[in-house]
Design a protein around this ligand. Sequence first.
Ligand code: PXG
Length: 287
Amino acid sequence: MALKIWMNTGLVDEAEAKVSVFDHGLLYGDGVFEGIRIYSSRVFELDAHIKRLYESARAIRLVVPMSREELVAAVHATVQANALEDGYIRLIVTRGVGDLGLNPFECRDSGLIIIADTIQLYPEELYEKGLSVVSATTIRNHPLALSPQVKSLNYLNNILAKIEALDNNVPEAIMYNHEGYVAEASGDNVFTVRNGVIHTPPTEAGGLEGITRQVVIRLAQEEGRTVVEKNLTRYDLHVCDELFLTGTAAEVIGIVEIDKRVIGDGKPGPVTRLLREKFENYARGKN
Ligand code: PXG
């Protein structure tokens, strides 16, 4: 079925949802975005996603062409127009149409696109078996270049790491920062469990401030688990008892091999399984 897409001020048919070749989102990757899930007809953690979108936009001096309230209403209108019970929303703000020069202030109006569609997930079997990953040689953006906290339309840094993963026949790669500490995976945040304690890199290490990450930290604490934000090295990933990723698309997924080292007993561990279950229940409003 053809989708209805929100383009700037209202919904249009998919066939009419087109962007100018002069949009700086295309010419320079100049813009920001969010990826949001719909579970059981509810938009998951919408306020947190809207907040992050506005912060990303502010950081790059991009004007979101709507108030937060209007944007929330536009998201809901797009979900309803496509009658989605479960799915995925891609919210995009581009710098808009300008000329062929870099100057973003020559672009008069920011572009706003909202796509709500179904989502292609990792097969269930991978959640049971766990993923293999590799350490990427491509480091995460330096914070004085493009801050990793900006969810910008320029994802080449992460795409280069993803290519390294795929070249090694694994679906994900772990990215380190310019100091050698773990930053994140190409599209997910990283957690370890060692001697019963959950660790995750602080945001300053170069990861996106993941919304799934925040939910998982809270769910773990509600279970009485200690979660410590601290810098992790490749060694920490190689020797931990459990390793897992969190993100909008992957939710909570165990890693059972990294750089050919087997993690734990080679299966997703008990903390990973518990947090995955807690997350599923929370997302679907079952707790
Ligand atoms: N790091 C990066 C670089 C991301 O892009 C995350 C961490 C996890 O953040 P959230 O807020 O989603 O928990 C992301 C988010 C995809 C896909 O199709 C990836 C993301 C979001 C939506 C879809 O791989 N990444």
